[in-house]
Design a protein around this ligand. Sequence first.
Ligand code: SF4
Length: 357
Amino acid sequence: MQNLFCKSLSNAVSFRVPSDKNILTFKPCCLYHKDIPFHPTYFKKTKIEFDKATDFLPDCKKCDLQERANGSSLRIVSNKVIPDNISNQIYKIELSIDTTCNAACIQCDATQSSLWRKEEAGLRKIIHIQPESQIDEKILQIKQSIDLDKVKIFHFWGGEPLLTDTHLKILKDIKDPSSVQLTYITNTSIFPKKEIFDLWDKFAKVRIGLSIDGINDRFHYIRYPLSWEKAKRNLNLFKTESPTNIDYHINYCATPLNVYYTDELETWLDKNFSEVNGKKVNLIYIRGEGQLDIAKTPDKLREVVYKKLSENHSVSNILKEVPVLDYMSMLGHLGKWDYHRNLNWRKTFHEISSFFE
Ligand code: SF4
């Protein structure tokens, strides 16, 4: 049975292996809060419950907020993208089964990035922290539960998905790439090799989401230790070297640190990366959570942001929808990592420093 309130509930699955724990989990989409441990029988049983839902489930809060703040949401997009009358056949899968990453972004954590785990361990060497055999075993479990020939949208998250060959292990078995769409979320630090572009060229469409939440030293601070100069070089290469079946969008994660500087990024993008191959590059605003939850933005800073960006800007709308939370734990997090990374958030974001006294 297809779920007509949200087709993600009946026709999509998001697989994730949090951290380097050897546990495959599933949920209907990336926004759904709970990661459910995977077992083939329980997976089938839970899917039947998802098929029957008639409203946002308790774990769909982020999507509900997106809809109220932006007038759009993953639910609305899924309902447009996933066709009608396909019963509960899986049409879209998201894969976040390899958290190997070359960044330890300040709003991220050790469950999503191997470099964060190294940082936590006081080391700084990037290795493929999940053994290949572990990833292969998870891919096999997925293939045994889902008919991949019927899946028409594959969405690769990391870690950093362009850093490893995990995505290629799935792509190599796709029989008719011309009917399949791919999506990647990348941190902009890697320009794909020619072989990858040649492979992507066979697919109906490739969507690349670039995670950029600031420019210059603010990019470096947030997406530590990545360099803005390298990201800019890659953006230029994406503009000049991309096959025409690739679309780009920017994923902007709004946090207390960068909400004030949203217009700075928007201006830069308008001037330098507003379209590729004649196609507009959209900017998607996402709510920062965890240590840098956007709810930790103080009231006085919110008022300044409303004036600077306008009252009905998407970031203002997100700020208006979230409660005001205490920011002291965030300051502890920033202070601890500034010490280890030889950074100083009060200098990098000096215009907002006084709002956090
Ligand atoms: S979070 Fe949104 S897209 Fe995901 S299952 Fe819930 S309503 Fe659907």
